[in-house]
Design a protein around this ligand. Structure first.
Ligand code: UVW
Length: 322
């Protein structure tokens, strides 16, 4: 028997929860906070019109390839038509001599910058809002990525650069921080994390992936840096009504909670229980450099994952406009 406590033991029977807050049929969770007024609050952050796309490259052939949660594979993309199609006989002929290229792809929906469906993780047989975990079998019937994709995510984004705040290119494996650290870093940056902000947190770990360029070393003792569980931190997210957490790590939080060794408890405490949308593997370095250059750390954040019916998540290329 493992000595590791269960997720339910760690989070507690009275874990902070938003279940039922937006009705029994809700599949959007804390994204409900992002109404038209929040979109306008986001627009008000725009000063210079600089645009930053936050997706990493998908299907990069050069080493080190794409950063992935262990066990997942990168996109397998292949041409089914290109100029060579017309080398032989039997190619389709179109009036005017049109040629074109087509391709197919097999992808892990969580295999790039992505939105998790709210039902992507669970414990004790229940998903977000109390949906039965059996509703995931075969296809995600409840709290899939589709409602998030149909709504779209638009609001005031704020970037907290934890790596820069700690004077590092990237945080170490297993290095943690909490809501007090976020507040301290934001204060040092001269920005306030406001209610309903899309909270973007840079650890530098994506930069580490590309600059290290050594998969073996990256995955050796795999334990990403990130936010770590405490009841106070979960209360902070609930009280601030944070709709969406975006990070430049594969899984948004320190992989193993240091006290208990439990894997990814914030996925459960924030996403399953509070309905906070999680966006992973974001490229935040160029945005961070621009923010640091002129000291403005808030922006318009716009994102919509692909409308994958029953999807457990979907790729996304969020856009930040300053
Ligand atoms: C897991 O839930 C395992 O990973 P992620 O949230 O990074 O997709």
């Amino acid at each position: 028997m493992s000595d590791t406590p269960s997720m339910a033991d760690l989070l507690g029977a009275d874990a902070p929860s938003n279940w039922g807050r937006w009705g029994p049929a809700d599949e959007l969770g804390s994204l409900n906070y992002l109404d038209a007024g929040e979109a306008l609050r986001g627009v008000q952050q725009v000063r210079t019109g600089e645009v930053f796309t936050l997706q990493i490259h998908m299907g990069r052939a050069e080493s080190p390839g794409d950063p992935l949660w262990p066990g997942r594979e990168s996109i397998k993309r292949q041409n089914v038509m290109d100029e060579s199609t017309w080398d032989g006989d039997g190619a389709p002929q179109f009036p005017g001599g049109l040629h074109y290229a087509d391709d197919t792809a097999q992808i892990f929906l969580q295999g790039s910058t992505q939105y998790d469906a709210l039902g992507h993780v669970w414990y004790d047989g229940k998903l977000w809002n109390g949906y039965d975990a059996r509703s995931t079998v075969g296809a995600m019937d409840k709290a899939s990525v589709l409602p998030i994709a149909e709504k779209g995510v638009v609001g005031r984004g704020v970037l907290v650069d934890m790596a820069r705040h700690r004077g590092k290119d990237w945080l170490d494996k297993g290095e943690t921080f909490d809501h007090d650290d976020l507040e301290a870093a934001a204060k040092a940056q001269g920005v306030t994390i406001e209610p309903h902000d899309v909270l973007c947190v840079r650890t530098g770990f994506m930069k580490y992936w590309y600059e290290l360029n050594d998969k073996e070393q990256f995955y050796d003792g795999f334990n990403e840096p990130g936010l770590t569980y405490s009841r106070e931190l979960v209360d902070w997210f609930k009280d601030r009504e944070i709709p969406n957490l975006v990070t430049d790590t594969i899984a948004n939080e320190v992989t193993y909670e240091p006290g208990s060794g439990i894997a990814l408890p914030l996925h459960c405490a924030l996403m399953r229980n509070l309905g906070v949308a999680l966006t992973e593997i974001a490229w935040l370095d160029d945005l961070a450099d621009a923010c640091a250059a002129d000291g403005r750390w808030s922006f318009l954040y716009v994102a919509a994952p692909l409308k994958i019916v029953n999807g457990t998540g979907a790729p996304v290329n969020p856009v930040a406009i300053r």
